[in-house]
Design a protein around this ligand. Structure first.
Ligand code: UDP
Length: 322
């Protein structure tokens, strides 16, 4: 298929693009390079530098002719989204609207959207299903949920074939491609920076949660497993439907378990310092993946150890990022 990958110079988008190239798709990456890295665009993919807020340039890029779009381009810093909500409403929601306008004009009928578990907010349930009510607790989650709702409406009104994939905690690396965020806020890369001596320690944000060891529990998923899910979603999108799938493992790991696994994988000490809770972090977020198993024929295959090992290898090969 001829596929356009927006945000394909970012962490997840680049690795999905790499997977699509490997399976024989004809891939074009569209990215503003605001946060993305030109070096992350996988070999074998075309590249266009376009900001989705530039409606005209977006239309021109989409008019090149595609069978489908995978839409990753977005602002994703939760803290910043609370400080400057208008930046997120414009960047994420107007960007997506411009993309959908361009797709309608060019008769591109298929989209896979990078949604998020943040649409659910802080549900107090054992496993989060797609029927768990959407109650985002920050602007980032609000902006992603708004786009999900746009897709539902576009599918109904215009026959778009749309799939939203709601990621839980993505980690790991894939060959030459890995995670290089500025600022870095995610647990696993921060733990590995501490292992590598790039930072003195890592904080454990909260030790009084109602969880087995008192630290927060998350559902970690390998970025390669995520890439497989995207490829399946592109193939299985149905005209006139908007399907939503959680992508997680149904298994949670605490902050302490992540740090212990990283110590075992890296053989490094990793100084961890207990701190206060970070504002807005719920105790436990673990996905049900029952719907993805049935609807996509997908299940995660890689373990937390695989994620940390692959991320560690990428850090070793790219100590200063891209
Ligand atoms: N966390 C932590 N120390 C850090 C960064 C994160 O203890 O330096 C915790 C955070 O409170 C959360 C978990 O690790 O419970 C995963 O955080 P991350 O930012 O990676 O992803 P989130 O679940 O917030 O999207």
């Amino acid at each position: 298929m001829r596929l356009l990958v927006t945000g394909g110079a970012g962490y997840i988008g680049s690795i999905v693009a790499q997977h699509l190239v490997a399976r024989g798709d004809d891939v074009t990456v569209l990215d503003s390079l605001y946060k993305g890295h030109r070096a992350a665009v996988p070999a074998g993919a075309d590249f266009v530098e376009v900001d989705l807020l530039d409606a005209e340039a977006t239309s021109e890029a989409v008019a090149r002719g595609f069978d489908g779009v995978l839409h990753f381009a977005a602002l994703s810093l939760v803290g910043e989204s609370q400080q400057v909500p208008e930046k997120y409403w414009r960047g994420n929601v107007v960007g997506a609207l411009n993309l959908l306008d361009a797709m309608r004009a060019a008769e591109v009928k298929r989209i896979v959207f990078s949604s998020t578990a943040a649409t659910y907010g802080e549900p107090d349930v054992e496993l989060i299903t797609e029927d768990t009510p959407n109650m985002p607790v920050n602007t980032y989650g609000n902006s992603k949920l708004a786009i999900d709702r746009m897709l539902t409406d576009e599918a109904r009104a215009h026959g778009l074939a749309a799939v939203s994939l709601r990621y839980f905690n993505v980690a790991g690396a894939s060959g030459e491609l890995g995670e290089d965020h500025e600022p870095e806020t995610h647990l696993i890369p921060l733990v590995l920076q501490a292992a590598a001596g790039k930072r003195e320690s890592v904080g454990i944000f909260g030790t009084d949660y109602p969880t087995p060891d008192g630290t927060a529990v998350r559902d970690y998923i390998h970025v390669d497993d995520l890439a497989v899910a995207h490829a399946l979603a592109v193939d299985k999108a149905v005209e006139g439907r908007h399907d939503i799938y959680n992508l997680g493992s149904e298994r949670g790991y605490s902050v302490r378990e992540v740090i212990e696994t990283a110590r075992a994988v890296t053989g490094r000490e990793i100084v961890a310092i207990e701190q206060e809770r970070r504002a807005g972090d719920p105790p436990r977020l673990v996905a049900s993946n029952a719907r993805a198993r049935v609807g996509l024929g997908w299940a995660p295959e890689k373990t937390l150890e695989d994620m940390i090992r692959d991320a560690w290898a990428w850090h070793a090969a790219h100590p200063d990022g891209y």
